[in-house]
Design a protein around this ligand. Structure first.
Ligand SMILES: NC(=O)c1ccc[n+]([C@@H]2O[C@H](COP(=O)([O-])OP(=O)(O)OC[C@H]3O[C@@H](n4cnc5c(N)ncnc54)[C@H](OP(=O)(O)O)[C@@H]3O)[C@@H](O)[C@H]2O)c1
Length: 266
């Protein structure tokens, strides 16, 4: 009986790359979750052992639907990758609470709700793993992305606690914190336009490899690329320097789009 790996946000970007990477592992059935069913159907057809649940993870019934699908497969649940996420760039004075609410709903609340539904299955099949995809913006915040940073800080803090709570039950909790990766939701157009800043942008394959290390490899924490951990460390040991850098030209250069409905990559 194959072990089961659930990957949310598998219809594009880092999640799709993670599903493709996990599909190369022997004895693993990959369950793809996202809203765009056509994308999921095509990806299932391209993978050796996979199935999908088309769901909006913010919907009330989504966690139960994913759990029922996994239970219906009959195998042990070995890995859950909470990767689905989104960003809407807006200063708080413009986007207000509504922007914070919708960002928390998908980037934090949906992760907590799905994990709550699947945790009993993960404990039953321990040793098993959860990987939560936060962001370097979940350790270092910039102007214009407070809603996104709030959701990713919350996810990182909750994951750090869950790691300690679930270790005695054999459920490993890994945290992945990407920097900049070009995807549909996070195009990084500004960074990609200049040869100097293009080097700051990583690949979906690197993100997928980090997720596999944090999940199957049971690493507690992985920045993508690893060097971005320095930014998080600097935020703690040199907060004034960090504020000066982010408050000046660097923050402006990293801005890809503006306006409440523009997705922002971090
Ligand atoms: N790319 C970066 O630079 C970067 C940096 C740091 C962190 N991250 C994080 O990495 C994760 C993946 O992002 P990505 O860069 O790969 O972006 P992406 O290509 O836009 O992928 C986002 C995925 O999330 C799914 N999704 C969004 N809302 C959903 C909902 N309500 N219900 C179900 N699925 C939903 C999307 O599928 P559907 O639209 O089909 O539902 C899609 O598969 C996110 O959590 C993001 O915050 C990305």
């Amino acid at each position: 009986m194959s072990r089961i790996a659930v990957v949310t946000g598998a219809s594009s970007g880092i999640g799709e790359a993670t599903a493709r990477r996990l599909a190369t592992e022997p004895g693993l059935h990959v369950v793809l979750v996202a809203r765009r069913e056509d994308r999921l159907r095509d990806l299932v057809a391209a993978l050796p052992d996979a199935s999908y649940v088309a769901a909006d993870l913010t919907a009330d019934d989504a966690p139960a639907r994913v759990r029922e699908h996994v239970e219906g497969l009959g195998g042990p649940l070995g890995l859950v990758v909470n990767n689905a996420g989104a960003a809407w760039r807006a200063k708080f004075a413009d986007g207000g609470y509504e922007n914070v609410r919708r960002t928390m709903e998908i980037n934090f609340d949906a992760v907590v709700r799905l994990t709550e539904a699947l945790l009993p299955l993960l404990r039953d099949s321990a040793p098993s793993s959860i990987v939560n995809v936060s962001s370097t913006a979940g350790r270092v915040a910039r102007g214009g992305s407070g809603a996104y940073s709030a959701s990713k800080f919350a996810l990182a803090g909750w994951s750090d606690s869950l790691y300690l709570e679930e270790a005695p039950h054999g459920v490993h909790v890994g945290l992945v914190l990407p920097g900049f990766i070009t995807t549909e939701g996070f195009p990084q157009a500004e960074l990609m336009a200049k040869p100097l800043t293009r080097r700051m942008v990583s690949t979906v394959e690197a993100g997928a490899e980090a997720i596999v290390e944090a999940g199957l490899g049971r690493k507690p924490e992985r920045y993508v690329p690893r060097g971005y951990g320095i930014a998080a460390a600097l935020r703690v040991v040199a907060p004034q320097l960090t504020r000066r850098v982010l408050g000046g030209g660097a923050a402006q250069a990293m801005t890809t789009k503006t306006g409440p409905d523009a997705a922002e990559g971090r």
